[in-house]
Design a protein around this ligand. Structure first.
Ligand code: P1T
Length: 387
């Protein structure tokens, strides 16, 4: 199977096969790791489609085709990290462009906007993306890009992708709506089908799925934007190595079954926390108490594996709790098979301090993994009990 007619297959099948026909040279079922920096030419410019591995590598081509098929995009590009993918997209923006971004995004994304690209004359403003009227009101005559996460990192706000894409394109058909789909993955939600123009991923997370690789990707069906991004991918060179591409490809094969279990375990953990007397508030789109619960049910296949919460006792108690879990490892990142816990204000979102995106110091974020849910709940129970 090639990625040429991916619409015939469901996402579980695409995850295993798209872009990954058996190796033509040997019949190897798994895409080989083409660990080479260059490719021999028969004569000048006469080659088999590959010249130099920054420009292209067959393992990367397979990953790019697979990711594009999963998101329903015509084109895919893989990068060395999620931030490299975001950085490459930002290089397309021109001085004077206005970017309307959500007011809750990954700290590294905000840092790159605020500390690097602002100085190139790109305007950034931040809006509450759960409020469609606020989004409409924040669109400016020079708005060229709308930047969304949903669910957001770390407050897990859910944005109505169809409504926002419609509003942005009604405002100006040239506006491009970018969705960072890292938290949901294409298994839970497909932004392009809802009207977005570009999807960005940190493949480090659920796509890789095993906390053993750092990577990123940009997917779009816009041929001009893709051509510009492909130029930048080669010209600037933030490309992933072939082993990293292989690891992401291998992780993707089990994406569907993993995301089903992440959602099941995420809901179980969220329900346990919601009923616990030491817990002040739980944020999880799969709980009826979540302000966008109905939208999440419509837009997502399940509510995923990320849960945020506050304990009674404020930031001091939160710090104590994250040091006391045994199965939930205290670490940045998310989306792997193992459960992680962290304090965003002090860790992943330190760069938002003092900004309108500042994260509450007491917010705790967990990435609920694939261990048995009873063991995960028992771990949180013992940590909460010792507060
Ligand atoms: O870490 P990297 O692969 O460069 O991806 C950056 C990134 C982009 N977008 C989102 C939504 C992300 O969550 C991240 C990385 N986030 C973490 C490391 C974290 O713990 O939140």
């Amino acid at each position: 199977m090639t990625a040429r007619n991916p619409e015939r297959y469901k996402i579980e099948t695409l995850a295993i096969h798209a872009g990954q026909a058996p190796d033509p040279a040997t019949g190897a079922v798994m895409t080989p790791i083409y660990q080479t920096s260059t490719f021999v030419q028969q004569g000048v410019g006469e080659h088999k489609g590959y010249e130099y591995a920054r420009t292209g590598n067959p393992t990367r081509t397979a990953l790019e085709a697979c990711l594009a098929a999963l998101e329903g995009a015509a084109h895919g590009l893989a990068f060395a990290s999620g931030m490299a993918a975001i950085d490459t997209l930002l290089k397309v923006f021109d001085p004077g462009d206005h970017v309307l971004a959500g007011n809750d995004v990954y700290g590294g994304t905000f840092r790159l906007f605020d500390k690097q690209y602002k100085k190139y004359g790109i305007e950034f403003s931040y809006v509450e993306t759960t409020d469609l009227e606020a989004v409409r009101a924040a669109l400016r005559p020079n708005t060229r890009w709308v930047w969304l996460e949903t669910p957001t990192n770390p407050r897990l706000k859910v944005a109505d992708l169809r409504a926002i894409a419609q509003a942005a394109h009604d405002h100006d058909p040239a506006v491009r709506v970018v969705v960072d789909n890292t938290f949901a993955t294409p298994y839970l939600q497909q932004p392009l089908a809802l009207g977005a123009d570009v999807v960005v991923h940190s493949t480090t997370k659920y796509l890789g799925g095993h906390s053993d690789v750092v990577g990123g990707a940009v997917l779009t069906s816009d041929p001009q934007l893709h051509a510009r991004l492909a130029f930048l991918q080669n010209a600037a060179g933030a490309v992933p190595g072939p082993l990293d591409c292989f690891l992401v490809l291998r992780g993707i094969k089990t994406l569907a079954v993993r995301m089903e279990r992440h959602g099941e375990n995420g809901l179980a953990v969220a329900q346990f926390l919601a009923d616990h007397p030491q817990v002040a508030e739980v944020i999880y789109p799969g709980l009826e108490s979540h302000p966008q619960h109905a939208l999440a049910r419509r837009q997502m296949r399940n509510a995923g594996g990320m849960v945020s919460f506050f304990v009674r006792g404020g930031p001091g108690a939160a710090r104590a709790l994250v040091a006391r879990t045994r199965l939930f490892a205290l670490a940045e990142s998310l989306g792997g098979v193992e459960s992680l816990i962290e304090l965003p204000a002090a860790m992943t979102h330190g760069s938002t301090q003092g900004s309108p995106l500042e994260v509450d110091a007491g917010l705790i974020r967990v990435s609920v993994g694939l261990e048995h849910k009873d063991d995960l709940i028992a771990d949180l129970a013992q940590a909460l009990h010792s507060l």
